[in-house]
Design a protein. Structure first.
Length: 159
């Protein structure tokens, strides 16, 4: 079974991926927890600077990810021009302009997903992004191919 589709990476798609990755990192979870404790501390200790610290700790990471998503969507040529994917039992074939690359399934670390996209990671911070809006009716086929070619303990797609 194979699936072929084109993807145009937009700011929203990239932001979805970055937020998915960001809030799985322990440092971000700790920052958010400390920010919540600062809000609690403001109401109990009445220190004026606690809400300021809380706002920085809680709001800075998503705002920075939005800024990075906008920059990457505008500056990375592959995102501007679009990508062509073909998923087969051999691996993931991706083409951007004149550049072509095939990544075997053995090199894929894990697969996760959100309500709007599937992500197949090839490194800690590198992944193929498969937006459901670009795949349309091929979305279920893509999920079947990913599940068939990666071990079940690596596939963490709930949607």
């Amino acid at each position: 079974m194979e699936a072929e589709f084109d993807v145009k990476i937009t700011t929203g798609i990239l932001y979805d991926y970055k937020m998915q990755t960001l809030y799985k990192q322990p440092v971000t979870i700790i920052m958010t927890a400390i920010g919540c404790l600062m809000i609690y501390g403001f109401f109990t200790l009445q220190k004026w600077y606690f809400p300021l610290i809380a706002a920085i700790l809680i709001l800075y990471p998503p705002i920075d990810m939005l800024r990075l998503s906008v920059l990457q969507a505008k500056l990375v040529p592959a995102f501007k021009n679009g990508l062509h994917y073909r998923l087969s039992p051999e691996g993931i074939y991706v083409k951007s302009g004149e550049e072509e690359q095939t990544v075997p399934w053995e090199n894929c670390i894990k697969a996760t997903g959100t309500r709007s996209s599937y992500f197949v990671y090839t490194g800690k911070k590198t992944a193929f992004i498969f937006p459901k809006e670009c795949m349309k009716e091929k979305s279920e086929d893509v999920l079947r191919i990913i599940s068939a070619n990666m071990s079940p303990d690596k596939v963490k797609i709930r949607f």
